[in-house]
Design a protein around this ligand. Structure first.
Ligand SMILES: Nc1ncnc2c1ncn2[C@@H]1O[C@H](COP(=O)(O)OP(=O)(O)OP(=O)(O)O)[C@@H](O)[C@H]1O
Ligand SMILES: [Mg+2]
Length: 271
């Protein structure tokens, strides 16, 4: 059993955290892993992108973080994409403020996830676009961080603040925290700046860069408006191929999965 928690984080907005969280989770489901996706963003994009109406949820990660409800009561056990979801909506902003008012609230998510951890092979956390109390809860709870990065002019700005925060958490609240890797998103190989920044990243971070590159693909942008993952929306798209490749690359590093034996029971895996 894999038993991993991984957070998609980058305080820069719109870099593909949610698109990656949703479709990485869906790819792992297609490979027969039991996945829980945690929406840790008050925007609730991962919730909506999983086909759940964020306005109608009565319990979510907000209540869990404030220790008002048992996590099992807040988890939606099966979304259309096949993973379980701990949903979020705007109420989560309330939790963020409430957590700041009380001391030592940075381990609340960890405590909650620990109680359900054995029910899943992988727990994926979609972080908000800031280095706030919510993201800190993610860094304390998670085993590793995947950083989605868009290869554009400002991409590297803020990366050192992110690395420093992870470093601080490593030295204090979560000594086993690691950076899993950086994944290049919305990549356009025809754009010279993209290829230059990508080359710089490889020089700086070497093997920490995932070989899998997520291309700019309109189907990935369309899928959330239908509340489904890319595998349900257009499994033949380049976006679907890319997220399946990312999931496989992640699994390869963890050496737990016999890649050739992945069974295509739901007909989602090509090649
Ligand atoms: N590979 C891609 N190709 C095309 N569009 C994409 C791709 N990845 C993400 N998008 C689109 O870019 C926008 C930002 O993506 P996403 O919401 O995943 O980023 P985010 O980092 O979660 O944003 P936020 O910081 O607001 O949480 C969305 O409209 C999304 O549909
Ligand atoms: Mg997001």
């Amino acid at each position: 059993m894999l038993n991993k928690i991984v957070a998609f984080a980058n305080q820069k907005g719109g870099v593909g955290k949610t698109t990656s969280s949703v479709n990485f989770s869906a790819a792992l489901v297609a490979l027969h892993y039991r996945v829980l996706l945690v929406d840790l963003d008050p925007q609730g994009n991962a919730t909506v992108g999983s086909g759940v109406n964020k306005e109608t949820i009565t319990a979510g990660v907000n209540e869990v973080l404030q220790e008002q409800i048992d996590i099992e009561k807040a988890i939606i056990s099966k979304t259309e994409a096949g993973y379980a979801l701990l949903p979020a909506n705007g109420d989560l902003t309330v939790a963020e403020v409430a957590l700041l008012r009380k001391p030592a609230q940075e381990s609340n998510l960890k405590k909650a996830l620990n109680s359900v951890r054995e029910n899943y092979d992988i727990i994926v956390i979609d972080c908000p676009p800031s280095l706030n109390m919510l993201t800190l809860n993610a860094f304390v709870a998670t085993d590793s961080v995947i950083i989605p990065l868009q290869c554009e002019f400002y991409a590297l700005e803020g990366l050192s603040a992110l690395m420093n925060t992870i470093d601080q958490v490593q030295r204090t609240l979560n000594p086993s925290l690691v950076i899993e890797g950086i994944v290049r998103t919305m990549y356009d190989p025809r754009n010279r700046l993209s290829t230059e920044i990508s080359a710089q990243l490889i020089v700086h971070f070497g093997t920490k860069i995932y070989q899998t590159v997520i291309p700019r693909n309109i189907r990935l942008a369309e899928a959330p408006s239908h509340g489904v993952s890319i595998f349900l929306y257009d499994r033949n798209s380049r976006g679907a191929d890319a997220y399946m490749a990312l999931a496989r690359e992640f699994l390869k590093y963890h050496k737990k999965m016999p890649l050739l034996e992945a069974v295509d029971a739901v007909g989602l895996i090509e090649n």
